[in-house]
Design a protein around this ligand. Structure first.
Ligand code: FUB
Ligand code: ZN
Length: 671
């Protein structure tokens, strides 16, 4: 059954709302023809917390205008104007191809982020600017819907990756379908935020062209996208328009991948996605593919996709995930490495790959309702994703290493500028990761101060308020206000880090035992902690003003890695709550941290420093600096030690940084 849900004026939002009557996943998907668990949209969740609210405001007020400015200054906007001039028959002088054939996607991504921001905070000036941009995009679109500025500007000499004819080089490098995918994502966001269809019309004209061009028909092209995302983009267009052909094409693009010789691991195209078992190749491409497979599985009930991405997830989380939640260890090919290949100094961990990892884990949660996916999502979000942007919102990391010799530095922009735009569009959606619902169950997944208005599938509306200083403090007070006294379930997530499990599987473990237990009270009455899929299920009759008090103790924890990770042997990392820490040069004597020795019995304490790095909880104690004297002998000097949240490093200039610190004399490095 397809119903029209409430959505702004001209956009149709296709969704189905069913109660899961069965624990069987395929039955649930088939019954609902959508994710069995639905996220509570970010528009219904208002955060006023200490952590996210200021970051989202920096993204809205600083990063988005800044990124638009960079797109303009770097010629990305002009590419659309040059293509439009050619289409008008003008003889333009500058036919130079853009730096990359996917430069068109950067304005699309920032526009997507700006649309999400507009959805919660109207800004007529920004709305008008977006309309002016959309007019420029529309003017660059060829009459049949094709939109790819490098070919339109100079069809005879487009960017060398474009190939001589439309689409044929897409399985390798042209990125025509990647550009289309980002256009579709932006268009869906803009339509849903503003109710306007100006960008949606551009997107559907191109999507209709894709439907005519690709497929199993005799006059159609039978090839797969070289850089996935068009699958997710088509699903979003399907959700906005209800056009079944878009969903069918998304499915086709997944099924055609690897269906004939010529594929490779880099593009996840050596074998068909449904037969893949390992996280391989370019990490952003991979994360987008797995997310697209989850979407299509949710909408079609095809369990083969679910089986494949579940198996791949076991491999990724069990053997290829950094403690910071980053993925994609290798710079060569921007790719996943082999199992346990997780170097620190050379860790690639592209910011876009962290975004892709969060897309994927959120979708797996929506398929399975299991908190283990939220554990990974939270880890990535607070650490390896957030590290991608500076505290002031105007400098970025592309790779996110876990160690620095001082050669790493944030950059104001990049020639290949995929990461900043991805952050601008991801961050506004963070409030949409906090809650989810299914039937008569409300899931509380993330902790952040604020209020949400939630409509359960069973028709009940619930206002929930969180008061907390999370992630600095694990005390969370939730007040529940249902529209009337009613029985429903509140599933409270007990994070893996509070259950002695840094990451599902055995890739990392805490060195020390938990001393203080997690506690939960309802209206002052303690509730026994019994978990199901990582949740404490509170099924009762709720009335207005009922209070849940959750206490997640946040001692400083030492983490050690699986012995197969060579780079982390004889080393510890520090974590407190969901935050992974690092030692950075300004906070430690002589600006050196790569030569530190932190024995396991050195006491460590945490304290909040409001004036440091916009306010952070730091970890403090004593450690040893190791050096060699003139005779080549090791010298150990005891000194103060401080660690800061990893996401906040590289905001005070260049210098050493280390997440993994030697805990043994045999592994410490002397400079
Ligand atoms: O190919 C488009 C984008 O550029 C990828 O997602 C990034 O990894 C970078 O290569
Ligand atoms: Zn990127």
């Amino acid at each position: 059954m397809i119903v029209k849900a409430e959505f702004p004026r001209n956009c149709l939002f296709v969704a189905t709302f069913f109660i899961i009557a069965s624990s069987n996943l395929s039955a649930a998907i088939l019954a609902s023809r959508d994710y069995p668990v639905k996220p509570v949209p970010f528009t219904g969740v208002h955060l006023d917390d200490v952590f996210w609210a200021p970051r989202l405001e920096t993204n809205r007020a600083v990063t988005i205008p800044y990124a638009f400015g960079q797109c303009q200054a770097s010629g990305r906007m002009d590419n659309f104007d040059r293509a439009a001039a050619v289409l008008r028959g003008e003889n333009i002088e500058n036919r130079k191809p853009p730096g990359f054939p996917f430069d068109d996607t950067d304005p699309y991504k920032v526009l997507e982020g700006a649309s999400y921001a507009l959805a919660v905070q109207p800004d007529p000036k920004m709305s008008a600017y977006l309309d002016s941009l959309i007019a420029r995009f529309a003017a660059a679109q060829e009459p049949d819907g094709y939109l790819y500025t490098t070919r339109t500007i100079d069809p005879q000499h487009p960017h060398q990756w474009a190939g001589t004819n439309r689409w044929v080089n897409d399985p390798q490098l042209s990125h025509e379908l990647y550009n289309a995918g980002h256009l579709f994502e932006a268009a869906a966001a803009h339509c849903q935020a503003t109710g306007e269809t100006n960008l949606l019309n551009v997107a559907t004209r191109e999507a209709d062209l894709l439907c005519k061009t690709f497929g199993p028909g005799t006059n159609q092209l039978h090839l797969w996208p070289g850089h996935e995302i068009v699958e997710m983009g088509l699903v979003k267009l399907y959700r906005v328009t209800g056009n079944q052909r878009y969903l069918d094409l998304a499915r086709y693009f997944i099924d055609v991948r690897g269906s004939r010789p010529g594929g490779d691991d880099y593009h996840q195209s050596r074998i068909k996605p449904v037969d893949q078992t390992e996280a391989i190749g370019h990490a952003v491409r991979a994360g987008y593919l797995y997310s697209g497979m989850a979407d299509v599985a949710a909408l079609t009930g095809d369990e083969r996709y679910v089986h494949a991405i579940d198996t791949i997830w076991e491999n990724a989380v069990g053997k290829k995930l950094y403690l910071t939640g980053g993925i994609g260890a290798r710079a060569a090919g921007e790719a996943f490495g082999d199992n346990y290949e997780l170097p620190n100094l050379t860790a690639y961990n592209e910011t876009c790959a962290a975004v892709a990892n969060d897309f994927w884990n959120l979708r797996l949660f929506l398929l399975h309702g299991d908190a283990k996916y939220v554990d990974v999502m939270e880890r990535t979000l607070y650490n390896g994703l957030l590290s991608g942007v500076s505290l002031d919102g105007t400098k970025f990391f592309y790779p996110n290493p876990l160690e620095s010799d001082g050669s790493h530095q944030r950059s104001p922009w990049f020639g290949c500028a995929c990461c900043p735009g991805n952050l601008t569009r991801f961050l506004p959606s963070v409030p949409g990761c906090v809650y989810a619902q299914s039937g008569h169950t409300l899931y509380v997944n993330l902790y952040a101060g604020g209020t949400a208005n939630i409509k359960l599938d069973n028709g009940r509306t619930i206002k929930i308020t969180q008061a907390t200083r999370y992630p600095w403090d694990g005390a969370v007070r939730m007040t529940i206000v249902p529209d009337k006294k009613a029985k429903f379930t509140v599933n409270v997530r007990i994070p893996g880090w509070a259950r002695n499990e840094p990451v599902p599987g055995d890739l990392y473990k805490f060195l020390d035992a938990v001393k203080e237990p997690v506690t939960l009270k309802i209206n002052g009455q303690e509730v026994p902690i019994k978990l199901n899929q990582g949740y404490l299920s509170l099924n009762r009759s709720w009335k207005s003003g009922d209070v849940i008090e959750l206490n997640l103790p946040m001692p400083v924890r030492r983490v050690v890695a699986n012995a197969n990770i060579q780079a982390d042997r004889g080393r510890v990392a520090l974590q407190r709550g969901p935050i992974v820490y690092c030692a950075e040069w300004p906070d430690n004597p002589n600006g050196k941290v790569r030569n530190l020795l932190l024995p396991d019995d050195q006491p460590l304490t945490a304290g909040f420093e409001p004036a440091l790095l916009n306010g952070v909880e730091t970890i403090n104690g004593r450690a040893f600096a190791v050096s060699k004297n003139a005779d080549g002998q090791f010298m150990k000097t005891e000194q103060n030690f401080k660690a800061i949240p990893y996401y906040a490093w590289a905001n005070r200039g260049r210098g050493e940084m280390a997440v993994w610190i030697a805990n043994s004399e045999s592994t410490v490095r002397a400079p």
